[in-house]
Design a protein around this ligand. Structure first.
Ligand code: SIN
Length: 409
């Protein structure tokens, strides 16, 4: 039986729980059509403003060392009418039958309200994501870091009584009271909000070019939103926290540093109803959705899960039993997990015991056969392997000391 990777957000069925984030490669029907024809479960357009705009001055993006990416695009987009036109929707979605979502990030509340009213009557739009988290609009702080402003925006939006489902894109939060304050505001408008997407980029990061002794990008003094693997753990924490704090009627959509099926699995474990991919989509193109979905299937198969619902939101508390299971699994797969392996001590795959036995036997052999036959120093012959043993022991102790020292620090 095929695995079931489907999910539901805002009451819309997605054939797979992986889809694109609003961001790179989502600004035109050409780009969106590539997403639609991949295994992405839905298609989400670039955050739109009322009118077309070119965004911040170039260069405004930087791919840093495979660990993080920086952008300060300033919402370049073709204007909301483009993303709502039947031509765009048709060209983007083709015969895919997948949900099509738009995203908005107006210059002000009036813009957002005007765009929401427009969106609400357009056929072929499954829902709208309201971006409360863009860090790159010059002169505009991130809305969702100002809880009063966030409340005012959502209050005005809720008064529109929209027919289309509404999602909100959130910035990362880092402290308990901030998670709680954000969740409180969102829960207040739970009848108007279908999902919360956590997280947008980590705002106002800076990449420095050592050679030129200047920032790597031009806008905002080089400050931009950080994305990619560097933000995955922050994103996971935000998804987990939001899932714990938000009303159960509000889905959490996970986004931030997702590169593999395993990453997606982790977000689902933390309670994400679906997982968006942004930076990896930017780097790899729409084929990343086929790969990530395939990897998630493989992992589910290995773990014996038939559907996403079987493990979603079921992150277990830390336990000694879990840690030991994990250690054993890593050891079996040859992953460096024991202290000896971490210290690069030359032990066999089976661990230290076979190495000791082999060394001992070798010592015995040399002592009794090789060296005595050659009239050599029997004792010396015996010492060679035992010397290795001592080194192994020293190494282990060193590793232990290293571990201890680290803990003490
Ligand atoms: C941008 O266009 O600056 C990125 C969009 C966002 O971070 O919301």
């Amino acid at each position: 039986m095929p695995l079931d990777l489907s999910t539901t957000i805002c009451g819309k069925k997605l054939s797979t729980c992986i889809y694109n984030a609003s961001g790179p490669r989502t600004g035109s029907s050409d780009a969106l059509s590539k997403v639609a024809s991949s295994r992405s479960g839905a298609v989400l357009a670039k955050s739109a403003t009322v009118n077309e705009q070119t965004g911040n001055p170039l260069p405004r993006t930087f791919q840093a060392d495979g660990k993080g990416s920086l952008n300060s695009e300033g919402l370049p987009n073709k204007g909301i009418d483009y993303y709502l036109s039947q031509d765009t929707i048709e060209e983007s979605m083709g015969e895919s039958g997948k949900p099509y979502f738009v995203s908005i990030s107006g210059h002000n509340l009036a813009d957002n309200l005007a765009m929401l009213k427009k969106i609400d009557s357009v056929d072929g739009v499954s829902g709208v994501e309201l971006n409360l988290a863009c860090p790159n609009v010059i002169g505009h702080p991130i809305i969702a870091y100002d809880f009063d402003q966030m409340d005012a925006v959502l209050s005005a939006v809720s008064k529109l009584k929209l027919q289309k489902p509404l999602g909100v894109k959130l910035p990362p939060y880092f402290d308990g009271p901030h998670f709680a304050a954000a969740a409180k505001v969102l829960n207040k408008y739970k009848s108007s909000i279908s999902y919360a997407a956590s997280i947008n980029t980590v705002g106002n990061a800076l990449v420095v070019d050592t050679v030129a002794e200047m920032p790597a990008i031009s806008p905002k003094g080089g400050f931009g939103g950080l994305s990619g693997p560097a933000v995955k753990y922050t994103a996971l924490a935000n998804v987990k926290k939001m899932r714990d704090l938000l009303d159960e009627t509000i889905d959490v959509v996970g986004v931030g540093g997702v590169e593999t099926g395993e990453d997606a699995f982790q977000f689902l474990l933390c309670g994400a109803a679906a997982v968006q991919v942004g930076t990896k989509h930017w780097i790899e193109g729409a084929k990343c959705f086929d790969r990530i979905v395939g990897e998630l299937e493989e992992l589910m198969e290995k773990k014996g899960y038939k559907s996403v619902g079987e493990f979603r939101g079921k992150l277990k508390p830390w336990s000694k039993e879990g840690a030991s299971k994990s250690r054993k699994a890593k050891k079996m797969s040859g992953g460096g997990n024991t202290r000896a392996e971490q210290a690069k001590i030359p032990v066999g795959k089976g661990g230290i015991l076979p190495t000791i036995i082999v060394s001992f036997l070798l010592g015995l052999l040399l002592a009794t056969a090789g060296f005595s036959a050659a009239g050599g120093d029997v004792t010396m012959g015996g010492f060679v392997p035992f010397g290795s043993l001592l080194k192994i022991h020293d190494g282990l102790e060193g590793a232990r000391m290293g571990g201890k020292k680290k803990r003490e620090l």
